[in-house]
Design a binder for this molecule. Structure first.
Ligand SMILES: [Zn+2]
Length: 191
């Protein structure tokens, strides 16, 4: 094998392994969050500023309740809170997409949220995304599921090869090791 090919294969494996580990981690986090959002509604906001412009105070927030996750960005004309990090609890029995302010653009009440609020000296703009935890869990399960499927296929192929069977179709190759008479796989393609 050429060294370039080996490096290419190694890089592909490293990227694949990273994707699997990262997806598994995100899957576990979304399952934990899903479970917790049914018992406790959490709202955590990180504030920064003042920046320039009409809304010098900015914040990035994460919230969940009732099986929904919510990621949002707030711009405000005055500080959001006293501290850089702020937390408060919300009802866990109401899904966020049924309880959130502003308009949500997307199917089933999920998707992009946009909210502009002005009252007296107060002005605020919120942009966010609201996603159900079940959808996040499916998305994060895809890569590990694909990896598991491939691992099982490779294990089956290795077992067949040890027994002298065609790794692709399982036909007995002891009489014809060069080429499978059943599916046409050659010895080169099999290894
Ligand atoms: Zn075969």
């Amino acid at each position: 094998m050429k060294p370039g090919l080996a490096i290419c294969r190694w890089t592909r494996r490293a990227v694949g392994a990273t994707a699997v580990v990262l997806s598994l981690l995100l899957l576990v986090l979304s399952l934990i969050g899903w479970n917790r959002s049914g018992h406790v509604g959490d709202v955590l906001t990180f504030q920064y500023g003042p920046e320039g412009g009409e809304f010098p105070w900015r914040g990035i927030g994460l919230a969940h309740a009732g099986g929904d996750g919510h990621l949002y960005y707030i711009r405000q004309n005055r500080p959001l809170a006293k501290e850089r990090w702020s937390y408060h609890a919300i009802p866990a029995n109401i899904p966020i997409h049924q309880n959130v302010a502003g308009k949500i653009h997307g199917p089933g009440g999920y998707g992009w949220q946009h909210w502009e609020y002005r009252a007296g000296v107060m002005a605020r703009v919120v942009d966010g995304i609201i996603v159900p935890y079940w959808l996040l869990s499916i998305v994060f399960a895809l890569v590990p599921a694909w990896w598991l499927k491939r691992w099982r296929r490779r294990r089956r192929e290795a077992q067949r090869e040890r027994k002298g069977l065609c790794p692709l179709c399982g036909y007995d190759l002891r009489a014809s090791p060069e080429r499978c008479p059943e599916c046409g796989a050659t010895a080169e393609a099999q290894t």
